[in-house]
Design a protein around this ligand. Structure first.
Ligand code: CA
Length: 146
């Protein structure tokens, strides 16, 4: 699993790289929004961990630009914990949100959850007559009549 960490704080970035690598992920990092966006678009990542306050382009701008091209899952990582910001991030298409300071174990758990959910993003649709079943994996299915 490949992760991209976009974080301008050198210590936090190094800490995330080390910890996530030890968890078995392949980790690339970027220190600015512009570099992060470039890597996220050109690279093939399973999850992007994205800080909001970044030099160059903010996490919001990075996510907005990324979503025009790709659906790579994004976990926001930020010191801003106001509810409005969380809502904004989710509306822009973030998959999860983690407020600093965070427990590393929680970050890993959230990344793994987003990865599992990622498998449901392109569900199998089974069409029988006027009914279609949308299968999001073994644990969740929706039946819908056209
Ligand atoms: Ca920052």
């Amino acid at each position: 699993m490949r992760l991209l960490v976009v974080e301008d704080e050198v210590k936090t970035c190094a800490y995330l790289r080390k910890g996530l690598t030890e968890e078995g992920f392949v980790v690339d990092t970027a220190a600015t929004g512009v570099d992060g966006l470039h890597l996220a678009i050109t690279g093939d990542y399973d999850v992007v961990i994205l800080d909001i306050m970044l030099p160059g382009a903010s996490g919001w701008q990075v996510l907005e630009a990324l979503r025009r091209q790709k659906q790579t899952p994004v976990v926001f990582l930020t010191a801003r914990d106001e509810v409005a910001n969380r809502v904004r991030g989710l509306e822009l298409g973030a998959d999860d949100y983690l407020v600093k300071p965070f427990a590393f174990a929680e970050l890993v758990a959230r990344v793994r959850t987003v990865l599992r959910r990622g498998a449901w993003r392109e569900p199998d649709v089974l069409q029988v007559g006027t009914w279609s079943w949308t299968c999001f994996g073994a644990v969740r299915a929706e039946a819908r009549r056209e």
